[in-house]
Design a binder for this molecule. Structure first.
Ligand SMILES: O=C(O)CCC(=O)C(=O)O
Ligand SMILES: [Fe+2]
Length: 171
């Protein structure tokens, strides 16, 4: 990914190599009466590096991503992974990669199960743009201690990209 945007990959790789992965299994029961009035998972971004997402019941639509202010349904292919960029990757890359805002909706009659695998960076990192991604560009994000960033992420209500936008510097 780094090479794809013309950056050296070593520093980015060093942030994630040999680090922890976390798995979350989401179970969304059907909602017979009010499926269009509830959410399975509120709009959010994932905190870490890449997320690999696999959906078990691939015939049930659930995941949506936000683009240009509109929600788009993501079609899950059987056996395929959906790969999402998380907050840490957006910040380290100085915004070259975008942490995707997403949510999950509920089906009126069918249950849905998804499995998300999160790649976390080293725990003592400073979450700020890497020099490799800033050449010829201004610094777009402030740097925070990753532990402080996580604490804030997990204590606040899920609210789209709000916590990430707050870290952006005035341009
Ligand atoms: O169920 C889904 O498709 C989305 C799951 C998700 O976004 C998450 O676990 O962070
Ligand atoms: Fe997510």
């Amino acid at each position: 990914m780094a090479r794809g945007v013309g950056a050296e990959s070593a520093s980015l790789r060093a942030m994630f190599e040999g680090q922890t992965q976390g798995m979350r299994v989401n179970y969304y029961p059907p909602c017979r009466q009010q499926a269009d009035r509830v959410l399975g998972l509120a709009a959010h971004t994932d905190a870490g590096g890449l997320t690999l997402l696999q959906q078990k019941n691939h015939d049930v639509q659930g995941l949506q991503v936000k683009k240009d202010g509109r929600w788009f349904a993501v079609k899950a292919l059987e056996g395929a992974f959906i790969v999402n960029v998380g907050d840490v990757l957006e910040i380290l890359s100085n915004g070259k990669f975008t942490s995707v805002e997403h949510r999950a909706v509920i089906h009126p009659t069918k249950k849905r199960i998804s499995v998300a695998l999160f790649h976390y960076p080293c725990q003592d990192m400073v979450d700020g743009p890497l020099p490799e991604f800033m050449e010829g560009d201004e610094v777009r994000y402030g740097s925070t201690n990753y532990q402080d960033f996580l604490k804030q992420y997990f204590t606040e209500k899920l609210d789209g990209r709000k916590h990430l936008e707050r870290l952006k510097l005035e341009q």
